[in-house]
Design a protein around this ligand. Structure first.
Ligand code: GRF
Length: 233
C-alpha cells in the first residue's frame, strides 16, 4: 500500500526527480507523490513535477505570518489526501501547527552527517565549504524526521561519504548529492511502508547488502569497509 505524499522544494528538485524515478521503477513503493509544493514559482521542482503529471502548487511565504500560510498549506495537503511529507531542499521552516499535525510523518534530507554541519543557514554549498574548512575526512547524508527546529529531528538514516584530497565545495556537493538520490527514496519508501501498516519505522540500516547494491563502486566499497568495521558478516 502506497502512502499519498507531498514533496516540498525550493530549488532545482533533483531529489524530487530521484523520488519520482524510484516510484516509477518500484511498483509497490511505499509512497506516491500526489503533490509538490514550492515557495518559488521559478523553482525547477515545479517544472519537474508538472512534467511528471503531478499537481504542483506555489505557496509564497516571504514575510507572510504563519497564521496566513498554515491554512493554505493544510488545505492543499488535505485536498490531495497527503499522509507524509518529504522536504527536498525546502528553505523555509515549516509552520509549527503543520509539523505537529504531521508528527512522525515529515522527512528532510540534509547533505552532511547531522548533528555536524547543520542548523539555520547551513544549506547548499555553505555546508560543503564548512566541511572542507574543518578538515573533515568524512561527510555524508542524513535523512531525519522534522520537528520545529532546523535539522534537529530524530535520524532515520545516515550514509557516510568520503572527502577526497583536492575536493572543492562543488565536487563534494556532487558526490554527496548522488548518495542523497539513493538514500532519500529508500528512506521515503521505508517510512511509507511502516505508516501504511500503522507503525513508526525502525531506523533504516544502510549497511545492509540490499542497500549497498544500489550504490556506485566507491560508496559500495566504503559501505563494505564500514560493514566489516561494525562486525557485519
Ligand atoms: C540537497 O542537497 C538537500 O540535501 C538539501 O537541499 C538540496 C536540494 O537539492 N536539503 P535538490 O533541489 O533536490 O537538487
Amino acid at each position: 500500500m502506497s502512502v499519498p505524499a507531498a514533496v516540498f522544494a525550493s530549488g532545482g528538485g533533483s531529489n524530487l526527480g530521484a523520488l519520482l524515478e524510484y516510484e516509477r521503477r518500484h511498483e509497490g513503493a511505499g509512497y506516491r507523490i500526489e503533490l509538490v509544493v514550492s515557495d518559488r514559482e521559478e523553482a525547477g521542482a515545479i517544472t519537474r513535477a508538472r512534467s511528471a503529471g503531478r499537481d504542483a502548487e506555489v505557496v509564497p511565504t516571504g514575510t507572510r505570518p504563519d497564521e496566513d500560510v498554515t491554512p493554505e498549506l493544510l488545505a492543499l495537503l488535505e485536498r490531495s489526501g497527503v499522509e507524509a511529507i518529504f522536504l527536498a531542499g525546502y528553505l523555509r521552516l515549516l509552520p509549527g501547527e503543520l509539523v505537529r499535525r504531521f508528527q512522525g510523518r515529515i522527512l528532510n534530507v540534509h547533505p552532511a552527517l547531522l548533528p555536524a554541519f547543520g542548523g539555520k543557514g547551513m544549506y547548499g554549498l555553505r555546508v560543503h565549504r564548512a566541511v572542507l574548512e574543518q578538515g573533515s575526512r568524512v561527510t555524508g547524508v542524513t535523512v531525519h524526521f522534522v520537528n520545529e527546529v532546523y535539522d534537529e529531528g530524530a535520524v532515520l538514516a545516515q550514509w557516510p561519504v568520503p572527502v577526497r584530497s583536492g575536493d572543492t565545495p562543488e565536487s563534494l556537493a556532487a558526490r554527496v548529492l548522488s548518495v542523497e538520490h539513493v538514500l532519500y527514496p529508500l528512506s521515503a519508501d521505508h517510512l511509507g511502508r511502516a505508516l501504511s501498516k500503522g507503525r513508526q519505522p525502525s531506523p533504516l540500516d544502510p549497511f545492509s547488502e540490499l542497500f549497498l547494491l544500489g550504490l556506485d563502486p566507491p560508496e559500495y566499497e566504503l559501505g563494505h569497509q564500514i560493514r566489516r568495521a561494525f562486525g557485519y558478516t
